[in-house]
Write a protein that binds this ligand. Structure first.
Ligand SMILES: Cc1cc2nc3c(=O)[nH]c(=O)nc-3n(C[C@H](O)[C@H](O)[C@H](O)COP(=O)(O)OP(=O)(O)OC[C@H]3O[C@@H](n4cnc5c(N)ncnc54)[C@H](O)[C@@H]3O)c2cc1C
Length: 604
C-alpha cells in the first residue's frame, strides 16, 4: 500500500463520524475526518444519550465530561402533556425506571440528557487534539468512488479541489448525505411528517420549575407539536408540523415563529431570542445495504428514524463502535476482509428494530388523539391528498384554503382539552387514562442494552436466546454469544473497574471463574503463537489469586457458565463464544472461536 494513502476516510463530523474517528484513533488507526461545516451544528437536536452510548463515550474518554456538564437527569426525566406551557397539565409520565438502583447496577454509566449542540463541541475538541486524526473542516465532499484497490474522494474548499485516496471510506454524512447515492446504495424511505424546528432561548422557569420535564407535548388549539426542553429552563426547541407543498419553510419568518412560541407558552415571552429556524423531514429510512466494496455507511447515512424514541444518534454511535474494531483488525492485518461484512449483518437488524420501535411510538401517539376522534391514519390520508398530483394542479390559494380549513377543524377538536365544562373534563379523564400506554416510548432499556447480534463475528450457540417478557423495556444480562458483556464492578490492585473497562481494543478477553483460572491460562498460553490477535485471560472470583476480585460474588450466576467455564469477549464488548465447562477440546474450540470471529475461518 502506498504511504500517501489514508487508512480510513470519514465523511461527516456529526456524532457518528466524530465517534468513529476517536475509536479508530484509540485503536491506533490514522484517519481523515472530512466535514463541510466550519463549526459543530448549532441546534440541540438529540438530547437523550442512552446507557450503551455512554459506555462508548466512556471508552473514548468523554463520558466524564458529559456527566460533569449535564443537567441532573433524574430530576427532569418527565414527559408532560399540557394545554400550553403556562396552561393546564393534562398528564405526566416519568422516564425514571421504577427501581433506579437496579438499573444503575447494570452498567458503569447511565442514560443522560445532553443536547447535541453541547456534545458535538466536546467531540470536535477531542478530535482536533488527536494526532492520529486529520480533521478537514470546511471541506465539502463532492464525489466518492471505489476503484477496486482504493476508495477515492473529491473534496472542495472554496475554489480548491482536493483528491484523497483511502483503504476505506465511511459515509457518516447524515440522512441527507450524498455518499449513499454516489455509492449506488438504495434505501426504503418513508416521509412521516415535515416539521419546522424553532430553536429559541427564554427563561421559562416560572412555567416549568414545578414540573421539570424533557418534553412538553402541546394539546393546544393554536399550535400543535412539542416543546423540547433542551436545557431547562432557558433553551428550547418548538417542533411543529408543516405541510408542503401548500406551506413552505419560508413562511416561518420571525413574526410567525414568535407568534407560535407565544402560543405554545400561552403567554408573551419578553426575553424570547429565536436562534434558528430549520425545516426537517421526519422520515423512516433504512438503506438496503451498509457496504459497497470499500464504501460503508454509518449512522443516519444508513438509517433515519423519527425522533420518537430518541434512538437516532444512539444507533449511530453504536454503529461506529461496531465498525471501528473491525476496521482496525482488518487494516492491521489480523482479520480477514470478510470481517467487515459482519458490520451489516450485525447492525442492520438492530437499526430495523429501532426503526420499527420509533415508528410504532409515532403511530401510538395517535392513541391520545383518539380521545378527540383523530388518528394518525387521518394525518397520512390528508398528506396523501395534499401531495397528490390532482390536488396540486388546483390554484395554490384554493389548496391553502382547504389545508387551513382541515387544520382549523382539527385544532377546534383539540380545544376541548382546555374547556371548563363536562366535555372537557371527560376528555381530560380519558387522556389521563391513556397516557400510561405511551410508556414504551420513553422506557426502552431492553433496546438500549439488550440488543443481541444473531449473525456475525461470533460463534452462534444452538441454545435458544434468553427470553424476556418485554424485549423493549426489559434487559436481562446474558453471555449468550452476540450479546453485550454483562457489567459488574470488580477490583484490581485496589481499584474498582467495570468488566467493560478491562477490555482491550487489540485483543479478545477470556473471562474465567476461579476454578478454571489455571487451566484456561495454560490453554491461552499454548495458543499464543498460533493466533493473529491475542487473548488476555482474566479470572473473576473471590480468591486472592484471582485477577479480578468480585466482592459480591456476582460473576458465577451472570457468567452463565459452570465453575470451569469461560466467556470470550470481543474488543467491542460483545460475547464471541462461551464454554460452559473446560474439556480436552477446549483449546481447539477457543482457537476456532477466535478465527471464526475474525473471519479467518468459515462458520461451523
Ligand atoms: C428534534 C430531534 C430530536 C432528536 N432526538 C434524539 C435523541 O434524543 N436521541 C437520539 O439518539 N437521536 C435523536 N435525534 C436524531 C439525531 O439528531 C441524529 O440521529 C444524529 O444527528 C445522527 O448523527 P450522524 O452523525 O449520523 O449524522 P448528522 O448529525 O446528520 O451528521 C452528518 C454530518 O455530515 C456532514 N456532511 C454532510 N454532507 C457532507 C459532505 N458532502 N461533505 C462533508 N460533510 C458533510 C454534515 O455537515 C454533518 O456534520 C433527534 C433528531 C432531531 C432532529
Amino acid at each position: 500500500m502506498a504511504d500517501d494513502r489514508d487508512r480510513v476516510i470519514i465523511i461527516g463530523a456529526g456524532p457518528t463520524g466524530l465517534t468513529l474517528a476517536l475509536l479508530l484513533a484509540r485503536a491506533g488507526i490514522r484517519c481523515t475526518l472530512v466535514e463541510r461545516n466550519v463549526a459543530p451544528q448549532a441546534h440541540p437536536a438529540a438530547c437523550i444519550l442512552n446507557t450503551r452510548t455512554m459506555e462508548v463515550f466512556r471508552e473514548i474518554g468523554v463520558a466524564k465530561d458529559i456527566l460533569e456538564h449535564c443537567q441532573n437527569v433524574f430530576e427532569r426525566a418527565n414527559i408532560t402533556w399540557v394545554t400550553s406551557l403556562s396552561g393546564r397539565q393534562l398528564g405526566q409520565l416519568s422516564a425514571v425506571p421504577d427501581d433506579p438502583a437496579a438499573v444503575l447496577a447494570l452498567s458503569p454509566e447511565h442514560a443522560t440528557l445532553f443536547p447535541q449542540n453541547r456534545l458535538e463541541p466536546l467531540l470536535w475538541e477531542k478530535v482536533s487534539q488527536d494526532p492520529l486524526i486529520e480533521f478537514l473542516s470546511e471541506h465539502n465532499c463532492t464525489s466518492v468512488r471505489d476503484s477496486g484497490n482504493c476508495a477515492t474522494v473529491s473534496l472542495k474548499r472554496g475554489n480548491r479541489t482536493l483528491t484523497r485516496h483511502g483503504d476505506y471510506l465511511i459515509g457518516c454524512d447524515g440522512a441527507s448525505g450524498r455518499t449513499r447515492h454516489l455509492a449506488g446504495i438504495g434505501a426504503k424511505d418513508d416521509l412521516l411528517q415535515p416539521m419546522i424546528g424553532i430553536y429559541f432561548t427564554a427563561d421559562l422557569s416560572r412555567f416549568v420549575s414545578h414540573r421539570p420535564s424533557i418534553l412538553y407535548w402541546l394539546l393546544c388549539k393554536d399550535v400543535s407539536g412539542v416543546l423540547i426542553a433542551s436545557w431547562l429552563p432557558t433553551e428550547w426547541v418548538l417542533f411543529t408540523p408543516y405541510f408542503p407543498p401548500q406551506q413552505s419553510p419560508a413562511e416561518y419568518d420571525g413574526d410567525r415563529c414568535r407568534h407560535l412560541v407565544s402560543a405554545a407558552v400561552g403567554s408573551s415571552v419578553v426575553d424570547l431570542d429565536i436562534k434558528l429556524v430549520w425545516p426537517w423531514a421526519m422520515t423512516a429510512m433504512l438503506c438496503d445495504r451498509y457496504r459497497r466494496g470499500r464504501i460503508f455507511l454509518c449512522g443516519d447515512a444508513a438509517h433515519a428514524f423519527p425522533p420518537t424514541g430518541g434512538l437516532g444518534l444512539n444507533t449511530g454511535v453504536q454503529d461506529a463502535h461496531n465498525l471501528a474494531w473491525k476496521l482496525a483488525a482488518v487494516v492491521n492485518g489480523v482479520a480477514g476482509p470478510a470481517l467487515l461484512d459482519t458490520y451489516e449483518t450485525e447492525r442492520r437488524p438492530v437499526a430495523m428494530k429501532n426503526l420499527e420501535h420509533s415508528v410504532a411510538n409515532f403511530d401510538n401517539m395517535g392513541d391520545l388523539l383518539g380521545v378527540i376522534g383523530l388518528n394518525m391514519r387521518m394525518l397520512a390520508r390528508m398528506q396523501a391528498v395534499l401531495r397528490s398530483r390532482l390536488f396540486t394542479l388546483l390554484p395554490l390559494r384554493f389548496q391553502k384554503n382547504v389545508l387551513e380549513f382541515a387544520l382549523r377543524k382539527a385544532q377546534a377538536r383539540v380545544a376541548v382539552f382546555s374547556a371548563d365544562n363536562d366535555r372537557g373534563a371527560r376528555a381530560r379523564t380519558e387522556l389521563r387514562r391513556r397516557i400510561p400506554g405511551q410508556a414504551p416510548h420513553y422506557n426502552s432499556l431492553g433496546l438500549d442494552l439488550g440488543f443481541t447480534y444473531e449473525r456475525g463475528a461470533f460463534v452462534p450457540e444452538a441454545t435458544p436466546k434468553p427470553r424476556v417478557p418485554d424485549p423493549v423495556r426489559t434487559y436481562r444480562p446474558t453471555t449468550w454469544p452476540g450479546a453485550r458483556l454483562p457489567h459488574i464492578w470488580v477490583r484490581k490492585n485496589g481499584m474498582a473497574h467495570s468488566t467493560h473497562d478491562l477490555l482491550r481494543y487489540d485483543a479478545f478477553t477470556l473471562f474465567t471463574r476461579s476454578d478454571g483460572r489455571l487451566v484456561w491460562r495454560d490453554l491461552v498460553d499454548s495458543l499464543r503463537n498460533d493466533l493473529p490477535m491475542s487473548i488476555q485471560c482474566l479470572s473473576i472470583g473471590p480468591d486472592r489469586d484471582d485477577d479480578l476480585h468480585d466482592p459480591d460474588d456476582a460473576w458465577p450466576s451472570l457468567s452463565e457458565v459452570e465453575a470451569g467455564g469461560a466467556v470470550l469477549v470481543r474488543p467491542d464488548g460483545h460475547v464471541a463464544w462461551r464454554s460452559r465447562v473446560v474439556s480436552d477440546a477446549s483449546a481447539a474450540e477457543l482457537r476456532a472461536a477466535v478465527l471464526q470471529s475474525l473471519r479467518l475461518q468459515a462458520e461451523q
